[in-house]
Ligand binder design. Sequence first.
Ligand code: HEC
Length: 121
Amino acid sequence: MRKFLTIAVALLVTIGVVTGLSQAGSDDDTIKKVMKTAMKGDLCKRVADGKANDDEKKELLSLFESLSKTNPPKGDAESWKTKTTALVNAAQAAVDGKTGAGAQLKKAATCKACHSVHKGQ
Ligand code: HEC
């Protein structure tokens, strides 16, 4: 019985650790994907400059929505939420064709302001 319990506990701990790790891993993948496609790629810039079509605006919005559901590798969750929500709102404004959406997006997408707080190393 005792042995069984030990094994059961060990198993639970392993499952917990593995789930925790894969969770962190998938957040990391999501952030990197969004950075590559939207930020390092020119998607965000094209939308901000008013050069993107409707599909591109929607793609940017959906990328930022997935970004807002992640946890950052560094920095506190509250700050991450504020920054990623600003990105979602700006992309939404662009999709809705609101005036000032470009400026709003450029402000929300300030690379250094976010990297200095949330990007590891
Ligand atoms: C809302 C916050 C935020 C903004 C704004 C932001 N980044 Fe990032 N970026 C991150 C985080 C967090 C990481 C670290 C990802 C990781 O290592 O998991 C990152 C990583 C990166 C990477 C490395 C990706 C990789 O595969 O390792 C590049 C390139 C990048 N950002 C480009 C940009 C550019 C260019 C801009 C501005 C146009 C920008 N980012 C704006 C949060 C942001």
